[in-house]
Design a protein around this ligand. Structure first.
Ligand code: PLP
Length: 403
């Protein structure tokens, strides 16, 4: 192996980026296109690439690394657990698994039961299968939704380009415009198994529904005996400044799915069934080999404990205000959507992809979920100085891209 080697903070020198990209092309399926960078090291809200360049990470692995990179509490929890008991299969349980299930129910403030999986899609597959246990098969799902890429989750994901190459997909889905309570009321009837909603749509560009929408969804599902399922895979575990994005609505759903932020970077998903919905599955109805293993659940406990101990929900709110104020003052930004640290920066023209690329060159990681929106979903441990530096870089980029 030849090529540029740059020492990174006293660590082993690594070969430069381009060589890894070549090897990536030669060995990984081309599902994502070329990676934007080769990353080798992270600390807090910063990461470094193989050439030694530093980046402020405003994306956190797509709303995953709530505690940032290499957080000591997470490192300790995972290291201790893997050194003690790493994996056991679901023929057995372990204290962290039980503790995490109890903790999630306590945060939700509801009686219920939890099923652990390894990803958002799998959490949603579990919920989807649970809805079948009602004896009904029809689902009402919102346009703009993203629920994952496995066949069941894909059936509930609205983007045609993702779905059409893989049809037929399971399920009988009625699509309704997101945020339109009347359309929802018109679509739900006595044959509806569940209404599936993100409390804030993430992949659609951080779209917040009108006040009262989640309540309307609760009312109409209750009226027709249908389940209300909130996909909080992106919004859950503190991301919006509350433990769950639906918390301020006062609504109690029947199913809640979690994943991204839950493990702070360790793969874990959860499907929570509230009340009777927690008993839709019986023995043999569903399963997983890895789901809820001791390392993943211990990691999630460390994430939740750290958010509580360091009062990170308050930090999320404070950073929210800083970002909204700073981004709103940039010429070419027409609106800032979202709550907490899940923000959509709406641009006056569809140049989000160009801005994302130029921001990366300037040392800031964001992404462009739609042509005219940037998504900001940084670690909760981002400092206000890092936030200001990152926005200043994006301000300069926009001045160039949007003259
Ligand atoms: C990311 C996401 C998923 C899929 O999660 P994976 O871990 O990628 O399978 C599902 N729902 C929502 C709302 C998401 O943001």
């Amino acid at each position: 192996m030849t090529g540029d080697t740059t020492p990174i903070h006293g660590r082993e020198p690594r070969p430069g980026g381009p060589e890894w990209i070549e090897r990536y092309r030669g060995s990984l399926m081309n599902t994502f296109g070329d990676p934007q960078r080769v990353l080798v090291h992270g600390e807090g809200a910063q990461v470094w690439d193989a050439d030694g360049n530093r980046y402020i990470d405003l994306l956190a692995g797509i709303a995953v690394n709530a505690l940032g990179h290499a957080h000591p509490a997470l490192v300790k929890a995972v290291s201790e657990q893997i050194a003690t008991l790493g994996h056991i299969s679901n023929f057995f349980t372990s204290p962290p698994q039980v503790e995490l299930a109890e903790k999630l129910l306590a945060l939700l403030g509801a009686e219920g039961k939890v099923f652990f999986a390894n990803s958002g899609s799998e959490a949603n597959e579990a919920a989807l299968k649970a809805t079948r246990r009602t004896g009904r098969t029809k689902l009402v799902v919102a346009e703009g939704s993203f629920h994952g890429r496995t066949m069941g989750a894909l059936a509930l994901t609205s983007k045609e380009a993702y779905r059409t190459p893989f049809e037929p997909l399971p399920g009988e889905v009625t699509w309704v415009p997101y945020g339109d309570a009347d359309a929802l009321r018109a679509a739900v009837d006595g044959e509806t198994a569940a209404v599936v909603l993100e409390p804030i749509q993430g992949e659609a560009g951080v779209v917040v529904p009108p006040e009262g929408y989640l309540r309307a969804a609760r009312d109409v599902t209750r009226e027709h005996g249908a389940l209300l399922w909130f996909d909080e895979v992106q919004t859950g575990v503190g991301r919006t400044g509350d433990w769950f994005a639906h918390t301020p609505s006062g609504v109690t759903p029947d199913l809640v799915t979690l994943a991204k932020g839950l493990g702070g970077g360790m793969p874990i998903g959860a499907c929570i069934g509230v009340g009777d919905a927690g008993s839709l599955f019986g023995p043999g109805n569903h399963g997983t080999t890895f789901g809820g293993n001791p390392v993943a659940t211990r990691a999630a406990l460390a994430v939740i404990d750290t958010i509580e101990r360091d009062d990170l929900l308050t930090a999320v709110d404070e950073l929210h205000r800083l970002f909204v104020e700073e981004f709103s003052s940039i010429p070419g930004v027409v609106e800032v959507t979202g709550r907490g640290l899940l923000l959509g920066v709406v641009l006056e023209r569809p140049v989000a992809a160009d801005v994302m690329k130029a921001a990366l060159d300037a040392g800031v990681i964001v992404n462009a979920p739609t042509p005219d929106r940037l998504r900001i979903a940084p670690p909760f441990v981002l400092t206000s100085q890092q936030a200001r530096d990152a926005v200043a870089a994006i301000r300069s980029v926009l001045a160039e891209v949007l003259p």
